[in-house]
Design a protein around this ligand. Structure first.
Ligand SMILES: [Zn+2]
Length: 252
């Protein structure tokens, strides 16, 4: 018997092969990034109405082939099209950037439930929030790295273990993923970035709070947001080894 299962997924990328068939790259909460085939998908409005489009949340019924080599999409039910994202090019660009990143990090089962929830919440944020900073995809990437297992230590100094509090002098250690206190800065490994008070708070919010809380930026937003974004970008590149070249993600 071939295995069947049904679950909600986010559609990342759809491609056509032959006349009416397509392959669908998707993020599953149980399996990570996988590809399924919708045979006759382009002809069957009844089985796939509105489901074969990137930037959609869809509940698919899957069937695994007898030898387990590939997944067939049997039918789908559209759960969310994120219309507010599709109507605004800027938002669509940010959403596609997040989807391409998920594809590029070759996500397996590990961390998939958390990253699926994170992607869904980020798409909702892009869909529903009136004003947003363009740094949302960068925050998303940092959070994917965090959920993927590269979790920086944000409460204690990496070297002496003292408690760190906002307002105290602290620096980010890129290589180790964490913070060191002022007294330990001289003996920390690799390059350091000194954190200002607002940055420490933003870093915590991006890595720990749900995406809906990301847009509430502290005072002096621009400078703090830009500095934190640069730091997070370096952190993601260092730990996940992928870099945005302006059009797509490449292995660095
Ligand atoms: Zn210390």
């Amino acid at each position: 018997m071939s295995e069947e299962f049904t679950e909600p997924v986010v559609v990342l990328h759809v491609g056509l092969f032959r006349e009416a068939d397509c392959w669908v790259r998707l993020l599953s909460p149980s399996k990570g990034v996988v590809t399924g085939f919708a045979f006759g998908g382009m002809r069957s409005r009844r089985r796939f109405c509105g489901c074969l489009d990137a930037v959609s949340k869809v509940q698919f019924r899957f069937q695994r082939s007898k030898r387990g080599e590939y997944l067939t999409l049997c039918e789908g039910a559209l759960l969310d099209r994120f219309t507010g994202v599709r109507q605004r090019p800027g938002r669509l660009g940010m959403a596609v950037n997040c989807l391409k990143f998920v594809e590029a990090v070759q996500l397996g089962e590990h961390g998939a439930p958390e990253i699926f929830a994170l992607l869904t919440q980020t798409l909702q944020l892009l869909d529903e929030t009136p004003a947003l900073e363009p740094v949302v995809p960068l925050f998303f990437r940092a959070r994917v790295a965090f959920e993927h297992g590269y979790q920086p230590e944000l409460d204690q100094c990496l070297l002496c273990g003292c408690d760190l509090e906002p307002g105290r002098n602290a620096s980010f250690v890129l290589e180790r993923g964490g913070l060191v206190c002022g007294a330990c800065q001289g003996r920390a490994p690799g390059p350091l970035a000194a954190l200002e008070r607002g940055q420490w708070e933003l870093l915590r919010r991006v890595l720990l709070a749900p995406p809906e809380q990301w847009p509430v930026f502290p005072e002096r937003a621009d400078q703090v947001v830009q500095a934190t974004a640069r730091l997070l970008d370096q952190y993601v590149q260092y730990h996940l080894g992928v870099q945005w070249d302006g059009n797509r993600f490449v292995r660095s």
